[in-house]
Design a protein around this ligand. Structure first.
Ligand SMILES: C[S@@+](CC[C@H](N)C(=O)[O-])C[C@H]1O[C@@H](n2cnc3c(N)ncnc32)[C@H](O)[C@@H]1O
Length: 551
């Protein structure tokens, strides 16, 4: 290669990305294209890589936004601002293989620049971990007997691990790094042979009965299998079942008092809908199956209580894994089931069986120090989802803790509209403190929501001007959103009403109360943002009218 030739990296937004159009527009509004070459070195630009790093990260962030992050992404960000810890990790990690590919193929005399870039990206990843919201507190260095036993069993079946099991404050058991682990290290490797998935059940008598049940899913078949296998003393997975808790304490087990406390919140709706669905499902299967095949479905093993336990097990512990034949299967994975959730996870990519080793690997996307808890992400879930199906509230500010809005005319979209945020059909809100842009036309509120109401008031509006008509429309937009927020607040009674008995609350009442407080905080932040926005716009309106009079 010519010594004078430019050294650059190409970042590309996949045309198969579900949000291609929106991301492309966001890239364009930041001055980039969906196939953007970033120059690292050229004879005319011989300096360091720090500017290139900023640009690479800015583009990679947009490419890796998920739906919620994209909904709340506004285009007026400075290059240092992150969208979420998950997005930042994904973006930074996506740059490393691009550098490695260049390093392995490139004959450019300045490959030291690529090494320098790699070191910078790894340092940014490390920094993100150091700044992460709150670390977990390991309460007991060694796991108790059952967990040790399970680890030993796993190892004798081919599991390779750099993790130990210990108790973690507020999260039950967790997986702790037994030595310093760096990006790319495999924290845990589980052979397919010990992954509980539909293949296991196919050979059983139970499967032959259940496959004839119309519309039954493989998840339900597995769930029913696990209800019986749990009691099977000769099960291959005896040690695994012994390590499971007697109770899961998810939202599905909320008692009447906790449910009463959560009335008016999204959590109440989510738990009630999920419980109703499970009751229906149970009612369709039992007692019919136990009456018809009592040996396969012994009535004492197939009570509603046991069914709910199995649902909680599968909701809170299963993972969706892509097998080598291309099928996606919901699985229980012994040992990996000890990994807790974090908003800034160490492990981002773990969902695919490696055909070369026929195992599932859990590689690190950020370093984990010896003795630190190693976490993954269960998904970008709201707090109501995490309580309903996992039974906990995450530490720190959850960027995915959104409240969906049921706007009756959400489908009225102007198809000719070419604004970045035009085609959202679902709308949502979250705490406006998560936004850094409280300026005119943003107010900390999501742009797709503002644009939806703007178009409702003025379908022809294409630009945000300081003209009287646009400003008057803007006031109406903010008043509409304020009105929705007020209605939400009216449904939420004041949690200080419960102050007296908060101390001796049960686990579920505490969660319900904490959730209600959080939902009120979100709605209050909306009201504050609308009010300050209305003040801001009215001030501009007064200025505009004064100028008109003078003019
Ligand atoms: C897959 S299991 C993880 C292992 C679990 N801690 C245990 O003791 O078996 C998922 C459950 O762990 C707990 N959990 C996971 N992440 C948590 C977190 N960040 N904070 C509190 N509890 C958490 C919840 O009870 C959740 O239902």
């Amino acid at each position: 290669m010519d010594t004078d030739e430019e050294l650059s990296i190409l970042l590309e937004l996949s045309e198969y990305d579900s949000f291609f159009d929106k991301k492309e527009k966001l890239l364009q509004s930041n001055g980039f294209s969906s196939k953007q070459r970033v120059c690292l070195w050229s004879p005319s630009k011989p300096g360091g890589t720090s500017d290139a790093v900023k640009v690479l990260v800015q583009i990679a962030r947009i490419i890796h936004l998920n739906k919620v992050e994209l909904y709340f992404a506004d285009d007026a960000r400075t290059s240092g601002e992150i969208y979420s810890p998950r997005n930042e990790l994904e973006a930074l990690n996506s740059i490393i293989p691009l550098i490695d590919t260049l390093l392995s193929s490139c004959k450019h005399p300045r490959t030291n620049i690529l090494q320098e870039l790699r070191t910078t990206i790894l340092a940014l990843i490390s920094d993100l971990g150091d700044k992460k919201i709150l670390g977990s507190i390991v309460e007991k260095e060694l796991g108790c007997e059952q967990e040790e036993h399970l680890l030993e069993w796993g190892k004798s079946n081919g599991v390779r691990t750099q993790l130990q099991i210990a108790y973690v404050k507020g999260a039950g058991r967790g997986a702790i790094a037994e030595k310093d682990l760096k990006v790319g290290d495999i924290a845990l490797e589980i052979p397919v042979s010990i992954i509980i998935n539909e293949e296991l059940v196919r050979q059983t008598d139970m499967y032959r009965v259940l496959e004839k049940v119309e519309g039954i899913s493989s998840e339900t078949i597995l769930l029913l299998w696990s209800m019986k296998e749990k009691h099977n003393q000769d099960s291959r997975f005896r040690i695994y079942f012994d390590s499971l808790p007697e109770e899961f304490n998810t939202g599905l087990s909320f008692g009447v008092d906790a449910l009463a406390t959560s009335v008016g919140t999204l959590l109440f709706e989510e738990i009630t809908v999920a419980k109703e669905h499970l009751r229906d499902q149970y009612g369709q299967l039992f007692p019919t199956l136990s009456d018809t095949f009592p040996e396969i479905f012994p009535p004492k093993m197939y009570t509603w209580k046991q069914f709910l336990w199995a649902c909680e097990l599968w909701y809170s512990n299963s993972m969706t894994i892509k097998f080598s034949d291309g099928t996606l299967r919901t699985c229980l994975i012994p040992i990996a089931g000890f990994l807790n959730h974090s908003l800034c996870p160490h492990i981002l990519h773990y969902g695919k069986i490696d055909p070369a080793t026929n195992s599932l690997k859990f590689p690190l996307s950020r370093p984990c120090k010896s003795g630190e808890e190693c976490c993954l992400s269960y998904g970008s879930f709201s707090n109501s989802h995490l309580i309903t199906f996992y039974g906990f509230l995450p530490q720190g500010d959850n960027p995915y803790n959104v409240l969906p809005l049921d706007i009756d005319d959400a489908s009225c979209i102007d198809s000719t509209e070419d604004e970045l945020t035009s085609s959202w059909t679902e709308h949502m809100v979250r705490g406006t403190w998560l936004s850094n842009n409280c300026n005119m036309y943003c107010y900390g509120l999501p742009s797709p929501l503002l644009d939806h109401f703007r178009r409702r008031g003025n379908p022809k509006l294409h630009t945000k001007t300081y003209l009287q008509g646009d400003l008057e429309n803007e006031v109406r937009v903010l008043e509409d959103i304020r009105c929705i927020s007020e209605a939400m607040m009216a449904n939420l009674d004041d949690p200080s009403l419960y102050d007296d008995d908060r101390e001796d609350c049960s686990w579920d009442e505490k969660l319900a109360l904490e959730y209600k407080i959080q939902q009120r905080e979100i709605v209050s932040s909306l009201l504050i943002s609308c009010d300050s926005g209305i003040d801001m716009v009215k001030k501009e309106l007064r200025k505009c009218m004064a100028e008109d009079i003078r003019g």
